[in-house]
Design a protein around this ligand. Structure first.
Ligand code: BMA
Length: 732
């Protein structure tokens, strides 16, 4: 019956709250009594609240079926195309009763920067006073240096500046180390340096600079992150709330998930606007591991009212979270929101809105103004996608960020090659969760792609149709469920690997890719690389290959083919490049050798001679481009049109101290060899997947597990998988 969340102390209403994304602080002195006190919190239905406010404010476009844009609450908890409709209610972060006198620290914002090897820290402090107008002081210690500033009588703010000599810079992973400096702030009482410590604050900073380059050039407008004056190619993944009930996400779970992103070669996580500002643990771990973060403000796929009661809530939550998160060196970009500006341009909103506000004022005025005040050194972009500095279409590939979704929704993954985005901040392809996750979540018998439980765990519009349409160009549709599961998992992995190799081959014109999406919030068929129970899908391994520091990829160029070498390291890449055209049975038909010298953080394009790049028989030949430490392959035909045959695998499993080692060799060509270990032991982890073997080659997979299982289980055809198995006439 209640329409708002109300908090009562000893029967008196203290407050009504409507915003999950902010903190609230209430003065309760006048309600307290000696002895026991009672705090009662009444919860209202967020769904009804959102419905009611959406009518009061005037209906505005949004995706999915609830007006999540009328309440300041995690948008995806009202259901998303990968998430269940489970609008939560409750207290999800700590509640405390605090007492204080004289004054307390209301906000501490350390601005850290660095020039040469000199670190500068400007600690902005805001105070709240409890009636006292006394002069106070603030003492800051960082990097072995202490500095103090005085707070004038009645003043409520001050800045403490200090300099740390010979600082080590913080770098994104793959570019350097992640030294962090503790910052200790004390508010001292009226007696000055020797006075009482009234309050204190502890945090950490890293010394680095970051800027976002959006410069006009011959292709359009760039979008590149520059850390410590060096451009950093972003190998990113989009992050969604890791649980439909986000309070269940512990530090350990964040640590595990971020480690999985690292395994995939990821150097940036984008915290997507339909989710939450994550807890401090997330950003702390990213600081420590050099995983950059890009934080959306929490607006997604909808028009948002700019009037009250929205406006004040939005401002309060942004101030709160900018203050909380700005110390983190891993945070490299604030972003206005997800697909709101694009939605307004393309999704038929303008006539529906009929002149109503839709959020642009937040993205172009309010947020930049708050950031200029609270966090002036960090880049901001008004939205994703967004074309900077112009009245251009927000999703223009030549300007700023782009989301590529037509490829998954309507076309084929080969179409990624039609786009050379300056920065691709979303693109994705669906695949099912791992089999053990699926079996734990869905009990359909028989289980088919369309059985009732499976459909509950496929939330995307026409998701299954898109999976099928996206498969058939490459592989036939399997009849057996286990084969279907493998085919769709493989196709997801291949699609994204294809996309990333193409995008990286255009670096630095393309300065980053952020795959949709790293994680899931429950067991579901989705775009994720790690499923809802934390298990690695084949896509995670494909990302590791595609995001390798040194990449050799063969790409179409100027009507022919070229080997493109992407060197994302600080060392020059020198040596030989061996190019061969060979038959599936292992005969070398053409061979060439080139010297390569790819400078650090650079890309080299080596056009291939026509005789090398032209197959005698496209169904049974491939190109191999090989350096000492990397190799790229080019198949002239799709698997289903090729003469790929059932592989004769020579596989042996052995027990090791930490699990198993599985050696697989072959005399024939076998594509995308994988070991779906969760089918044997649900929490077993294999070190690699999607390895293509040429005739005569072998690979050794390492499986980590404490479980004891018969050796032959690892070699069963539904566990030891490959693409060849999916072709007619090749099934085992
Ligand atoms: C993008 C995201 C999400 C969505 C995904 C897949 O639009 O921003 O809204 O889940 O596509 O459809």
């Amino acid at each position: 019956t209640c329409s708002r969340n109300a908090s009562e102390v000893n029967g008196a209403v203290v407050a009504e709250t409507t915003n999950m994304h902010r903190t609230y602080r209430f003065d309760v002195r006048r309600y307290l009594q000696a002895g026991d006190n009672t705090l009662a919190v009444t919860f209202a239905s967020p769904v009804r609240y959102a419905d009611r406010v959406s009518l009061e404010l005037g209906a505005r476009p949004h995706v999915n079926h609830h007006p999540y844009n009328a309440i300041r609450k995690m948008a995806s908890s009202f259901g998303w195309d990968w998430g269940p409709d489970l609008a939560t209610v409750g207290i999800w972060r700590p509640v405390a009763l605090e007492t204080w006198s004289i004054a307390r620290l209301a906000a501490v914002r350390p601005l850290a920067t660095v020039a040469e090897s000199q670190g500068s820290l400007a600690v902005h402090v805001e105070l709240a006073r409890a009636g006292s107008e006394a002069a106070l002081s603030v003492r800051v210690t960082a990097g072995g240096v202490t500095a103090t500033a005085h707070v004038q009588p009645a003043a409520t703010s001050c800045v403490v500046d200090l300099t740390v000599q010979d600082v080590d810079r913080w770098w994104p992973r793959g570019h350097g180390g992640q030294p962090l400096y503790d910052v200790h702030v004390e508010l001292l009482g009226p007696d000055g340096d020797d006075g009482d410590v009234l309050d204190s604050w502890d945090g950490r900073v890293g010394f680095r600079t970051v800027r976002l380059e959006t410069l006009p050039d011959e292709h359009g407008t760039s979008f590149a992150l520059v850390v410590n004056d060096r451009p950093v190619f972003v190998k990113g993944a989009n992050w969604i709330p890791d649980d439909a009930f986000p309070h269940r996400v512990t530090r350990e779970r964040y640590a595990e998930r971020i480690a999985q992103a690292q395994e995939a070669g990821v150097n940036l996580l984008r915290v997507w606007g339909g989710g939450i500002f994550e807890s401090d643990d997330f950003y702390d771990l990213c600081d420590e591991r050099g995983v950059m973060t890009w934080q959306d403000f929490l607006f997604a796929c909808a028009a948002y009212a700019e009037e009250e009661p929205m406006r004040s809530q939005v401002e309060a939550e942004v101030r709160d979270n900018v203050t909380r998160l700005m110390p983190h060196p891993s945070l490299v970009l604030w972003n206005g929101g997800n697909e709101n500006i694009w939605g307004h341009a393309d999704w038929g909103w303008q006539s529906r809105l009929d002149g109503k506000s839709w959020g642009l004022g937040y993205y172009l005025e309010l947020f930049p103004r708050i950031l200029a005040e609270l966090d002036p050194d960090r880049p901001y972009s008004p939205g994703s996608p967004w074309s900077p500095n112009a009245e251009r279409h927000p999703n223009d590939p030549d300007h700023g960020t782009m989301h590529i979704w037509d490829v998954w929704n309507d076309r084929d993954y080969s179409v990624y090659r039609e786009y050379v985005p300056r920065f691709c901040s979303e693109f994705g392809w669906q695949g099912p969760p791992t089999m053990s996750t699926l079996r734990a979540a869905v009990s359909d018998d028989p289980m088919t792609p369309e059985s009732p439980g499976m459909l509950v765990h496929q939330k995307a519009i026409s998701g299954n149709d898109k999976l099928t349409s996206g498969l058939v160009t490459h592989l036939p549709v399997p009849d057996v469920f286990d084969d279907w599961h493998w085919a769709m998992s493989l196709n997801q992995a291949r699609a994204i690997r294809f996309g990333i190799e193409h995008f990286r081959s255009w670096s630095p014109r393309c300065a980053g890719t952020i795959v949709w999406q790293l994680n899931d919030c429950w067991p579901v068929t989705s775009w994720a690389a790690v499923d809802g129970y934390g298990r690695r899908k084949p896509l995670l391994y494909a990302l590791a290959h595609a995001y390798a520091d040194r990449l050799v990829t063969i790409q179409p160029r100027d009507g022919g083919l070229a080997a493109v070498l992407v060197n994302d390291t600080d060392e020059p890449w020198r040596g030989g490049l061996v190019l061969t055209r060979q038959s599936y049975d292992g005969q070398t038909l053409q061979r060439e050798e080139r010297d390569i010298d790819v400078p650090p953080r650079a890309t080299a394009t080596v056009p291939l001679d026509r005789v090398l790049a032209t197959p005698g028989d496209e169904k049974s030949e491939l190109l191999v481009a090989r350096t000492e430490d990397a190799r790229g392959l080019w198949f002239f035909a799709e698997d289903r049109d090729s003469l790929l045959t059932a592989p004769a695998l020579d596989a042996v499993a052995e027990r090791t101290d930490d699990g198993y080692s599985i050696r697989v060799g072959t005399d024939s060509l076998v594509r995308d060899l994988a070991l779906l270990v969760d089918k044997v032991v649900p929490d077993a982890v294999v070190d690699d997947m999607l390895v293509t073997l040429l005739p005569g080659e072998h690979v050794v997979f390492t499986v980590a597990t404490g479980a004891d299982v018969p050796l032959e289980r690892w070699l069963a055809p539904e566990v030891l998988r490959n693409a060849n198995q999916l072709l007619a006439g090749s099934s085992d």
